[in-house]
Ligand binder design. Sequence first.
Ligand code: GAR
Length: 217
Amino acid sequence: MPNNNMPNNAVNMQRNITRLGVLISGSGSNLQAIIDNSEAGQLPAKVAVVISNKEDAYGLERAKKHGIPNIALRRKDYPDESSYNNAILKILKDHSVDLVIMAGYMRLLGKEVLDAYPNRVMNIHPALLPSFPGAHGIKDALAYGVKVTGVTVHFANEVFDEGPIILQEAVPVFEGDTEDTLAERIHAVEHVIYPHAIKLYCEGKLEIRGRKVVIKE
Ligand code: GAR
């Protein structure tokens, strides 16, 4: 029986919403950008759950403010990596997550989750991969003396910061930049490029061919 109070397109939109499970370790400014795009109707996706490996991650507060289920899971409460990753997987499944988003999640995601979400885990990195992978992409690029660095969004695999690249955007390094000034410009780009990559996924526009991600028109 159709609900006559709800316009048809609203029903369709509800059906086409991609449910995101966002993994964080810290501030969660990328999480915030995704929530804001979603709430503004600019992203056919909603954050279904936020999981942090750190209890004091500010991103958990951001989730709370928006009424989003949020859970801290400490690695030390689990006997090994496998049981920890299975606990993450259970939460993702319990919240019917379609796409996993690593947004400053500073751990390697286990095979348990990657196998359950093939080509459905994204990561963002604050450098132009394959340059400067790891936990200090901004600091390392600055110390190396590059004139251009940037942001990469990629599908995650079992190697840190390595999977097929979805989007990249360059950010110039200026004379006299500090880690803070460069980070500010990099984060501003991240907050645009990550929601954009998620939108492309939601619209079915991303096709993985080997190491390459083709963006279909
Ligand atoms: C972001 O700059 C993200 O690119 C980086 O952590 C930061 C998290 O910020 N991720 C990595 O370095 C992964 N190798 P946020 O918590 O404010 O979104």
